[in-house]
Design a protein around this ligand. Structure first.
Ligand SMILES: NC(=O)C1=CN([C@@H]2O[C@H](COP(=O)(O)OP(=O)(O)OC[C@H]3O[C@@H](n4cnc5c(N)ncnc54)[C@H](O)[C@@H]3O)[C@@H](O)[C@H]2O)[C@@H](O)CC1
Ligand SMILES: Nc1ncnc2c1ncn2[C@@H]1O[C@H](COP(=O)(O)OP(=O)(O)O)[C@@H](O)[C@H]1O
Length: 294
């Protein structure tokens, strides 16, 4: 397995970021569909959607259960919203599949999971979308938990997939509550290779693997141990995928820039009271700093 690190540490270089072309338009920078949210958790998918725009996505639509959509629509006027069918608990039912599939076919990337909640119907819906949609997908949070309920959680991806579990979600995906930390990278690499996906193991030193390559990220700080920081990462990686960066490189660059935004935010405002929405304000500076280093 090839191990890659930041160029500054003497390892393999991070991917380059293209400059925006003078005569380009929003259609050149990717259409992101962010699917998530439920009663009490409308903020998570809003963070994902806004992060994708802050990372250069040309157009972002946030799709959420219909009772949640008006709340999401108030967060950021630059995001479009889509109201989806919901069950009596306000969660997405299996019959929201057609509306999501239709929207996904008009998108370059789907980010799915933040704030979805849990139900049997959601388990079936997510499993179906994971296997059937050919659109590249970033799978996070409750969408990972939905896959974890399958016998072979990551089998049969319908297209490029980047999965972003934190340790609790990773143990659910691995079907091993006791999996020791020392084995996480090897187990993740094996799962990634067998299923042809990219896994992002989030934490203090986030690891990205496709089974052939392993990237260990060195940006980020404990100020990011705060609700919603991972929802932001989902939007960052989705934006990069939507701009045509291949899955492993989009995940690698995404975790690097997300951590760098966290480091810039902590430097400017401190880390004790850092909140996830602060990260959004430093993504642009992170992009600029990365460009200057090339
Ligand atoms: N503003 C919002 O609406 C927010 C909604 N959220 C949503 O809340 C739902 C539940 O997600 P949660 O992640 O809170 O719940 P989970 O039950 O998936 O995970 C929480 C548990 O995971 C483990 N864990 C997480 N990070 C760890 C680490 N670095 N090391 C060791 N163990 C670790 C811990 O056991 C922790 O108690 C998701 O849908 C999520 O998207 C959260 O993202 C927080 C913000
Ligand atoms: N101590 C830390 N050092 C570096 N990065 C961290 C630290 N704690 C959390 N992070 C980052 O913050 C994010 C937290 O994501 P996650 O656990 O999914 O939170 P949430 O579900 O609330 O969004 C991850 O990208 C993780 O790498």
């Amino acid at each position: 397995m090839e191990r890659t690190h930041r160029k500054e540490e003497g390892g393999v270089a991070l991917p380059r970021l293209q400059q925006r072309k003078t005569n380009s338009h929003k259609g050149d920078y990717g259409r992101v569909l962010a699917v998530g949210g439920s009663p009490g958790m409308s903020g998570s998918i809003s963070l994902t959607g806004v992060a994708s725009l802050r990372c250069g996505a040309g157009l972002t639509t946030i799709a959420s259960p219909k009772s949640v959509q008006p709340l999401v629509a108030q967060v950021e006027p630059s995001c479009m919203t889509l109201a989806l069918p919901e069950d009596r608990h306000g969660l997405l039912p299996m019959h929201s599949r057609d509306a999501i599939t239709k929207a996904a076919k008009n998108s370059d990337v789907v980010a799915i999971g933040p704030g979805l909640g849990r139900s049997h119907g959601l388990d079936l819906l997510i499993q179906d979308l994971y296997c059937d949609l050919s659109t590249p997908m970033v799978v996070d949070a409750d969408a990972l938990n939905a896959l974890g309920s399958r016998e072979n959680p990551l089998a049969g991806p319908g297209g490029p997939r980047v999965l972003t579990p934190h340790p609790g979600e990773f143990r659910r995906l691995a079907h091993d509550r006791e999996l020791p930390k020392g084995r996480w990278t090897d187990v993740a690499a094996d799962m990634a290779k067998r299923n042809g996906v990219v896994l992002v193991l989030k934490g203090h030193r986030t690891t990205v693997t496709d089974g052939e390559r392993v990237y260990s990220n060195e940006t980020g700080n404990p100020g990011m141990a705060t609700a919603g920081a991972g929802d932001v990462l989902t939007g960052v990686i989705a934006a990069l995928l939507g701009q045509g960066i291949p899955a492993f490189e989009a995940a690698q660059l995404g975790v690097y820039l997300h951590g760098l935004a966290g480091d810039l935010a902590a430097k400017a405002i401190g880390s004790d009271g850092l909140i996830a929405s602060d990260l959004l304000d430093y993504l642009e500076s992170a992009f600029q700093q990365h460009r200057r280093r090339r």
